[in-house]
Design a protein around this ligand. Structure first.
Ligand SMILES: Cc1ncc(COP(=O)(O)O)c(C=O)c1O
Length: 396
């Protein structure tokens, strides 16, 4: 029999959709893709130049498991200056994307049967990672009518003497919600009072709009800093998804455990990507500002356009590059052979009928919504929304 934990993990709910999109594209059918959580921009030139230089200099060997010192220092400096987190190079491990940072954090903390609170809607991997660790995911819903913000009273009800950690993700994938400082302060108090670790996934921290402001929970005081693993990466802010580089920062003794896991699994991430990451942090931040201002224009258009559509409502989101319109008013409606009873039906219908790819909210524990990534050009967003509105109109 195969491993029970692995058998309990669900395969990616979006894999089938990605296969279908690829199939349409192979047949030359023009699909508007809003399903992929990936910047549509190229990695900034000065970052690529640094990678070329690393190659030319033969910087192609294994590095220290936790990453090159130069990068760990640079990350610690960034966390101190930008995020206000008291941190030095030895508090930092460079990982194979933000994803490995989250996974190693969960593995390093959890014993069999520990409970880990996951705020939903959530990124697809948290629940499965907790399951792989042999721990128990405890889901606490953030509500659409509260713009998916952190509700500390609901969170308190989920805490038991088995609670080992709480995973937070602000700005949030999929909802785009950005947690307020006041709510994070309450969370920090709760965590410290109950000795609960906080895994704070801040990978979308740069992608903020309107009055969205990012706060790192680890910066609040020494006690919460000791209990927090701050996760970040280069994929979303610097358009570096394929480089596979992220990081985690936390208490020195805990970091030693995380680094041990990495040492026996992947070892260090790619040496060339590490050099490029130093350039990303130390070089000009102008390309990041440019990308954010582009996302802001698209978000503004998309938010207005969605809320003008009949039967659609869309919560305000001031971060990341996603909007999550509520499509539940269409449940029970149909067109030709399509009957819409859940978000999977809607995603299938929109792909087949409108050639628009979105992710069904059920994949993120958000059954009444679909996720639209606006990491696509404004022209494509305009065209995609026209197609979507027409397809919605056919459902009776
Ligand atoms: C919330 C969240 N955390 C972590 C990651 C992982 O990012 P990376 O590509 O750096 O592994 C993603 C990627 O989609 C994400 O959405």
């Amino acid at each position: 029999m195969f491993n029970k934990r692995v058998l309990n993990v669900k395969p990616s709910a979006t894999a089938e959709l990605i296969g279908k999109v690829a199939d349409y594209k192979r047949r030359g059918i023009d699909v508007m893709q809003f399903n992929v959580g990936e910047p549509d921009f190229d990695t900034p030139a000065h970052i690529c130049d640094e990678a070329r230089l690393a190659l030319d200099n033969g910087f192609t060997r294994y590095t220290a498991v936790a990453g090159i010192h130069e990068l760990r220092e640079s990350i610690a400096k960034k966390l101190k200056n930008e995020n206000g987190i008291d941190c030095a190079a030895e508090n930092v491990a460079v990982t194979v994307g933000g994803k490995q940072a989250v996974y190693n954090s969960i593995i390093a903390l959890c014993n069999e049967g520990d409970e880990v609170i996951v705020l939903t809607p959530c990124w697809v991997s948290y629940i499965e990672m907790v399951t792989l660790a042999g721990a128990i995911p405890v889901l606490v819903e953030t509500k659409e009518e509260e713009d998916f913000l952190l509700n500390i009273d609901n969170l308190k009800k989920a805490v038991t003497d088995k609670t080992k950690a709480i995973i937070i993700n602000t700005p949030n994938n999929p909802t785009g919600a950005v947690y307020t400082r006041a709510s994070l302060e309450e969370l920090a108090e709760l965590a410290v009072a109950n000795n609960i670790y906080v895994i704070s996934d801040e990978i979308y921290e740069k992608l903020l709009y309107e009055n969205g402001q990012h706060h790192s929970i680890a910066s609040f005081n020494e006690d919460i800093n000791k209990l927090t693993l701050t996760i970040n990466g280069f994929a979303k802010a610097f358009a570096m998804t394929g480089w596979r580089i992220g990081y985690v920062a936390g208490d020195k003794d805990l970091m030693k455990q995380l680094i041990k896991i990495q040492g026996h699994s992947t070892s260090a991430t790619n040496s060339i990507a590490q050099k490029a990451a130093v350039a990303a942090l130390e070089g000009t931040q102008e390309p990041v500002a440019h990308m954010v201002s582009e996302y802001a224009n698209r978000r503004e258009f998309l938010f207005k356009r969605l809320n003008e559509m009949e039967n659609i409502s869309c919560a305000k989101a001031t971060g990341a590059f996603y909007l999550v319109p509520n499509i539940s008013k269409f449940f029970g409606k149909s067109y030709n052979e399509y009957s819409i009873n859940d978000s999977f039906d809607m995603a299938d219908y929109l792909l087949d009928e409108a050639k628009v790819a979105v992710v069904p909210g059920k994949a993120f524990e958000m059954p009444n919504n679909i996720r639209i990534a606006y990491s696509n050009s404004l022209d494509n967003i305009k065209e995609g929304m026209n197609r979507m509105e027409e397809a919605f109109g056919k459902l009776k």
